[in-house]
Design a protein around this ligand. Structure first.
Ligand SMILES: Nc1ncnc2c1ncn2[C@@H]1O[C@H](COP(=O)(O)OP(=O)(O)OP(=O)(O)O)[C@@H](O)[C@H]1O
Ligand SMILES: [Mg+2]
Length: 366
């Protein structure tokens, strides 16, 4: 799929912007703080209705303004597609797809597929488990509306159970807890089963990329590390979560937080047998992160039949020329949006046909 045009009104440092894109490669060059990432953020918004940088929509309204509007014209299977997003200062968010207002956020999914790769993503491997869970959840959510809804539900249940645990600590009234345990186990079991299935697919593809990038000298192994032991069926999985919850009940009440469940899951990433989350070199961690991102792109393409758009935010300068070339060469038929402070000869040589835009203080020329 392709994005043809973006129009912005009062979004971040863009008062008014109307840009037409190249169907293959778009490169945004500019100094720091000129609006390069803001532009990618607006494109990403059209895909999942949320930013990759903030959970507060209001932050994206241009200082001094009361709202922002994003209009993204795309092309999918040869058909035009229009996504419009408006956010008001009071937090109201309205989204239209092809002129029709959507009723719930999940109705936006499965229209524009987008993968973002930024220096933050290069840290997926070495940072805390939450980063890896978020990566899995975001990708799975783009692929499955039921997963998107389930993870939303699950997070709500954990919050409510935690609130109850704090109450119990004060009042000692524990009868209600089993209701939340039941809900948490039911929702958590579905999440674990889905994550397991997805991570094994992702692992196969990412391990292949890792081997290619390193010319076969590094063999990576990626596996799901669920907090509660994995089971064959949803029913057994649910029982296992209930067991784990009951075992940690005293601890949970003491701390007022739920200590067990898929919100504690992780993915283990090994290279040549060594856990690189803790013991990897920076190069190994970057190769693994790059492989995971390329695998994400491949899976979305495989499962949806659509080539997602790839946003590369400042990531080229973080990769050596070999990895840069590998990345670009792996991206056949992918529309690219690249931001960079300067165009290195390496990037230039592989992106000869790209359209180049200069970004200066909220204006874009190209
Ligand atoms: N809500 C807002 N209203 C107006 N300006 C904003 C808003 N949010 C951020 N900005 C401005 O946008 C600029 C940052 O834009 P952006 O993050 O896109 O920079 P960049 O070009 O990607 O820079 P770098 O190369 O450092 O990553 C800053 O000048 C910041 O003050
Ligand atoms: Mg930036």
């Amino acid at each position: 799929m392709r994005i043809d045009n973006v129009k912005l009104s009062d979004f971040r440092n863009y008062e008014n912007l109307d840009l037409k894109f190249d169907k293959n490669v778009n490169i945004f060059i500019g100094n720091n703080a000129q609006g390069k990432t803001n532009l990618l953020e607006s494109i990403y918004m059209s895909s999942i209705g949320k930013s990759f940088r903030t959970s507060r929509d209001g932050e994206m309204i241009r200082f001094g303004s009361d709202y922002f509007i994003i209009k993204v014209c795309a092309e999918k299977n040869g058909n035009p597609l229009l996504v419009e997003i408006a956010v008001l200062k009071d937090g109201t968010k309205g989204i239209k797809v092809d002129g029709l207002k959507i009723k719930k956020m999940s109705d936006l999914l499965r229209h524009i597929y987008c993968v973002i790769f930024s220096p933050e993503d290069l840290k997926i491997v070495k940072e805390e488990p939450e980063k890896r869970r978020t990566f899995i959840d975001k990708t799975l959510s783009q692929l499955s509306i039921s997963y998107y809804n389930e993870i939303y539900e699950y997070k709500k249940i954990v919050k409510q159970r935690n609130a109850l645990l704090k109450e119990i600590k004060n009042s000692g009234y524990e009868d209600m807890l089993c209701i939340w345990d039941e809900k948490l186990a039911g929702s958590g079991a579905k999440i674990i089963i889905k994550r397991n299935e997805f991570i094994s697919k992702l692992a196969d593809i990412a391990e292949g990329f890792h081997s290619s990038i390193t010319g076969g000298s590094e063999k990576s192994e990626i596996c799901y590390e669920p907090d509660v032991e994995l089971c064959e069926s949803i029913e057994e999985q649910k029982k296992n979560i209930l067991k784990a919850l009951s075992e940690s009940e005293k601890r949970d009440i003491k701390y007022g937080s739920t200590g067990r469940g898929p919100h504690k899951d992780d993915i283990c990433i090994k290279v040549n047998g060594v856990d690189i989350r803790r013991f990897g070199s920076q190069g190994q961690q970057r190769t693994a992160a790059l492989s995971l991102k390329l695998a994400e792109l491949n899976i979305i393409e495989e499962e949806t039949g659509e080539t997602p758009i790839l946003l590369l935010d400042d990531v080229m300068s973080e990769l050596d020329s070999f990895r840069q070339n590998f990345l670009i060469k792996s991206l056949k038929d992918v529309q690219l949006f690249i931001t960079t402070a300067e165009l290195t000869d390496d990037v230039k040589s592989v992106l000869v046909n790209g359209k180049i835009f200069n970004v200066v203080n909220g204006t874009v020329t190209g």
